[in-house]
Design a protein around this ligand. Sequence first.
Ligand SMILES: [Mg+2]
Length: 202
Amino acid sequence: MNTPVIVFDLGKVLVDFDYSIAARRVAARSTQPPENLDAFLSSSRALVDFETGAITRQEFFDQVRNAAGFQGDLREFGDMFADIFTEMPPMIALQAGLRRDGYKTYIFSNTNDLAIEHIRQNFPFFQNFDGYIFSYEVKAMKPEAPIYEALERMTGRRGADLVYLDDRAENIAAGAARDWRAIMHETPERTHAALRLAGIGK
Ligand SMILES: [Mg+2]
């Protein structure tokens, strides 16, 4: 077996997020109240289309504007929509330590280009990975097979050579079904322990 590469989910693993922040800000410039916008911004068909690259940010914005009665422009919306993330320092420190120890690390995320643009500009840790697989670029979301295949192609690794951290059970199950060493992320302490048990990290 090769030295494994370590695959990180982004949301709720390296950065926390809260869509209700965006819903409140967008609602303040819209005809609809925040409670009507929360679901649209966090779990609508439009968001899935955006995160699978089926529609552009302009098309996503047009749908939001129509649904919300939003009064601002795309740039204003983009800032409100994307500024919902906060770093999770224990996991960022864990990744930095693995990288110092010589492990290659990758980000593997269901996301969109507004979120990634914001995270890239605001969180320096984000630069320190060997590669990135984003759903909107590969046009498939976890737990669908094509995004896992894209990660295997990018890393040149398969099966137990991939150690994978994610907070969502269905994503972990899809990784485990490909024989990746999949670790369900619940707390930094548990993930640290699981990695040590697998002989990874200190
Ligand atoms: Mg996640």
